[in-house]
Design a protein around this ligand. Structure first.
Ligand SMILES: Cc1cc2nc3c(=O)[nH]c(=O)nc-3n(C[C@H](O)[C@H](O)[C@H](O)COP(=O)(O)OP(=O)(O)OC[C@H]3O[C@@H](n4cnc5c(N)ncnc54)[C@H](O)[C@@H]3O)c2cc1C
Ligand code: SF4
Length: 837
């Protein structure tokens, strides 16, 4: 009896749920399970997942950010291992399924197990395509060291550690699509010189036509990435490791790494071996079911539906929902009818949106095109029968929400077609957001709909960051952040709370600038790594915060600052300005724009000796030697034997002057002399953004002083006006009058005090034209001129410390900071030579 009772009670605990097995623990497999759980699937199914990567599931899109160092691998997980436990899911991580026995309903995995299933989901995704080339494998059959795919966490971390090895400096990325460009951009942040070889005639040819591709190429090249289109690699060179690549029709390229980003191939081996129907990928019907297999479903990139194979996440979110509806019986009528791939992405920092046709196909198709290559902007819309059938947006995706809707829903279009591209009468952002359907996808990367955002706001979450955290919206490529913000603002009806993080000086340290400076001072933190260790959550370093912190620390500690090179941008590492073709421009110092025959002769000799392709006068009255390869920089500086003119970096740059009283008939002040004195005093000081100054000898303002960060103008009676917060670049603003003073000494004092106040109070990268109106000119006058807060002495002393700590960075030429600091970045793209007229 006892035994029976025991058996009876044991029988009671037997799990009567059906067995759901998922092969593939990537974005589609995990999403399908999430959707199943959301429909109460845990009650129906005992879930087992196999994934041949040894992790929980992660957002593959974020690998680009991991490669660039902006994100840690730990931060890209969608579901950690704990999630599987909490949801009673058995995860076999690092275990591969080799075969399915459809008749016995078993899956066989490479750890020797046979696991039974009632319902099977195949979500094996894709792998990187390796175009056939000689020399890819060692005689032992292993991939030659230095060759990488770009698909998994392991690929990415492998690439990062290889790129950081001292002897690896150059990479060739094969493929100029989304992945290739992301890989190229990511590698650059490890100081790797990158060339992209693309077989198509233009970049991203899957998403855009040749005109858009040409604009994208310009933007990519402006980042210092060399692009070879219409070319193929035929061999990898090197016996023990990658030494270069051979091209079909161009000279070999020397390199230390090769990244394969030449497309993907669906992982269909399991399906093929097990006798399931496979064409380009595993064939499924509208229920995501494999034909003739009642209990086998497939989802994601491994799937072919109505002839289409998708390589983006948006379709897999829709597929996963339909699959879950069927598997759980929540909606047996649910059908997946295919996805209209409207892609919104940020590729290598450039906004890209594309949908439908790239170009007109019929004579009656309308084509609206706007192209502004110098700003990296290209917009093209194809209209058929007054409906949008295709659009490409590059560099400016503000109209993407409206265009996507119009494309998806065939909305009527404004008669004035130009309103589709610009805000001149088309539906405004507000209207666009209000009109969006609840199920319209706002964040493609994480499959978040407008309704999900609205519900989160209705649930009481009213900060943008909070909503993004709760829904994951905007946490992929980031291209939808603007739209997420608009939806949140609309849903909260104006009651959006300020984001504490928005006020942080840098994202990686949760403190506003004043509090951050106080904490740094209090703890005596003199290096960027010390700040992270002491003040960042968990002591975690954050790549995006390094430059801002380095600038702040240098300003605060002057000569006591401990320099760490990885905290610098390439311009600051080599003290020159990187140009479009990957060469650098060298601008020697010429205080106040004044030079001498001797200096000119030396510049001319250097230009001859190093075959400088272009010698140009800059807008700041300096001479620019353009086209200097990185390895020549120290030699060029040595031969010039002049100090750096600071034409790079976030620092004080130049003082432009007019000839003033000395020579000009109108001059009332010695502007040249004062300009030279100002430049001598403040040369090279670090600041939140660049500082450009000018001094004019009379109100005619030939040095354009009213549109400078600090502009000085001589007026009657030997007096000088000081203007601050002017700009005449992408942003135009007339400076505000800070003070009218009696002599040059007071000009220098107040200009220095203003700059120090700006250095201490401005946000990272905030130019004075934004800072001055934000703080208010009255306040600035009170603090700087009237010393209303008793800060003057302190500001003057802090500036003096920085002035005293000045060292000409070009003296580093004799003693490079690292062996690779000035290594070659050749071969370079040849730019057109501009003739001297
Ligand atoms: C660097 C990068 C950037 C990207 N950026 C974007 C973007 O901006 N926007 C966008 O929409 N898409 C982007 N994508 C594409 C997107 O990541 C994919 O569309 C998505 O991951 C596909 O999901 P999936 O589950 O089908 O495949 P995967 O996420 O690849 O998951 C499949 C999983 O199954 C495993 N597996 C395969 N075979 C087996 C087996 N036999 N047994 C066990 N496990 C197996 C694989 O190892 C993998 O872990 C990007 C991809 C990469 C690599
Ligand atoms: S600003 Fe006045 S002083 Fe200077 S060059 Fe022009 S006219 Fe002459």
């Amino acid at each position: 009896m006892t035994a029976l009772a025991g058996r009876a009670s044991r029988t009671k605990t037997v799990d009567s749920r059906r067995r759901l097995v998922v092969i593939g623990n990537g974005m589609a497999g995990a999403r399908a399970v999430e959707e199943i759980l959301a429909r109460g699937g845990a009650v129906q199914y005992r879930i087992t997942m196999f994934g041949d990567e040894p992790y929980g599931n992660y957002n593959r899109i974020m690998l680009s950010h991991v490669l660039s160092g902006e994100e840690d691998t730990g931060n890209i997980f969608l579901n950690s291992l704990a999630w599987y436990q909490e949801n009673d899911i058995t995860l076999h991580a690092g275990v591969r399924v080799d075969r399915i026995d459809r008749f016995a309903k078993l899956v066989f995995s490479d750890n020797g197990r046979a696991t039974p299933y009632d319902v099977l989901v195949i979500a094996t995704g894709s792998r990187s395509h390796r175009p056939p080339m000689d020399g890819m494998y060692t005689p032992g059959g292993r991939l030659l060291p230095g060759i990488f795919a770009f698909r998994t966490i392991d690929d990415t971390t492998g690439m990062v550690s290889y790129a950081q090895q001292d002897n690896n400096h150059r990479a060739v990325v094969i493929g100029g699509g989304l992945l290739g460009l992301e890989a190229a951009r990511g590698l650059q942040s490890h100081d790797i010189d990158v060339e992209v070889v693309h077989s198509g005639g233009h970049l991203m040819n899957a998403q855009m036509g040749p005109d858009g591709g040409a604009v994208l190429r310009r933007s990519v090249e402006a980042l210092g990435i060399t692009v070879h289109t219409g070319s193929r690699t035929t061999a990898v060179l090197g016996a023990d490791k990658v030494r270069g690549v051979r091209l079909r029709d161009r000279p070999d390229i020397e390199c230390d790494m090769v990244v394969m980003a030449a497309g993907i191939r669906p992982n269909v081996d399991v399906a093929v071996t097990s006798g399931l129907p496979v064409e380009r990928a595993i064939v499924v019907d509208d229920q995501m079911r494999v034909p003739d297999e009642d209990e086998i479903y497939a989802v994601g990139e491994c799937v072919q539906h109505r002839g289409e194979v998708y390589g983006l996440v948006a379709p897999l979110w829709e597929q996963a929902a339909v699959l879950a509806d069927h598997v759980t019986g929540a909606n047996p009528k649910a059908a997946y009818l295919g996805s209209r791939t409207a892609t919104k992405l940020k590729v290598a920092g450039v906004d890209v949106a594309s949908m439908g046709l790239q170009a007109p196909e019929r004579d009656t198709d309308e084509h609206v095109v706007f192209s502004e290559p110098s700003r990296g902007v290209f917009k093209s819309i194809v209209i058929r029968d007054s409906k949008i059938v295709g659009a490409t947006l590059l560099g400016d995706s503000r109209k993407v929400a409206y265009l996507t809707q119009a494309f998806d829903r065939g909305l009527p279009l404004p008669d004035e077609r130009v309103a589709l591209l610009f805000d001149i009468g088309g539906p405004g952002e507000e209207a666009g957001v209000a009109e969006l359907d609840g199920d319209a996808q706002v964040c493609n990367c994480n499959g978040v709909s407008k309704q999900a955002l609205v519900d989160t706001v209705a649930g009481g979450c009213t900060t943008l960051g909070g909503v993004m955290e709760a829904t994951r919206a905007g946490k992929g490529c980031g291209s939808c952040k603007l739209l997420v913000r608009q939806v949140v603002e609309w849903a909260a009806d104006g009651a959006v709370e300020e984001e504490p993080a928005a006020a942080y000086y840098v994202p990686g340290v949760p403190l506003e600038k004043a509090a951050l400076m106080a904490a740094i001072r209090e703890r005596g933190l003199r290096s960027v790594s010390a700040v992270f260790a002491a003040l960042a959550p968990g002591g975690a370093e954050d790549a995006k915060s390094k430059m801002g912190l380095a600038s702040l620390l240098k300003m605060m500690w002057a000569g006591e600052y401990i320099d760490e090179r990885d905290a610098r941008f390439v311009n600051d590492r080599v003290h020159a300005n990187i140009q479009r073709d990957g060469t650098f421009s060298v601008v020697p110092q010429m205080k106040g724009g004044v030079t001498s025959p001797e200096q000119l002769r030396r510049i001319a000799d250097v230009a001859d000796k190093y075959k400088i392709p272009m010698v140009k006068l800059t807008g700041g009255q300096r001479i620019d030697l353009l086209g200097v390869p990185k390895e020549n920089l120290p030699k060029v500086w040595a031969d010039l034997d002049m100090p750096s003119g600071y034409a790079y970096g976030k620092s004080f740059r130049t003082v432009k002057t007019c000839v003033g009283q000395e020579y000009c008939r109108f001059g009332t002040g010695d502007s040249t002399r004062l300009g030279i004195e100002i430049e001598s005093r403040f040369q090279g000081i670090e600041s939140p953004a660049k500082l450009k100054l000018a001094v004019s000898g009379c109100p005619r303002n030939c040095a354009e002083s009213l549109v400078k960060d600090v502009g000085v103008v001589a007026v009657d009676g030997g007096r000088w006006e000081i203007y601050v917060g002017g700009a005449a670049g992408a942003h135009i603003r007339k400076g505000d009058l800070l003070a009218t003073v009696d002599g040059p000494e007071t000009v220098k004092l107040l200009a220095g005090r203003f700059m120090q106040y700006y250095r201490e109070r401005a946000n990272w990268l905030e130019r004075t034209y934004a800072f001055v109106p934000r703080v208010g000119i009255e306040h600035l006058r009170a603090v700087i001129v009237d010393d209303a807060e008793g800060l003057a002495a302190q500001l003057d002393a802090a500036m003096q410390d920085s002035v005293d700590a000045y060292v000409d960075p070009w003296t580093e030429r004799d003693d490079p900071f690292t062996p690779g600091q000035f290594r070659t970045s050749l071969p370079l793209e040849v730019l057109p030579q501009v003739p001297v007229r």
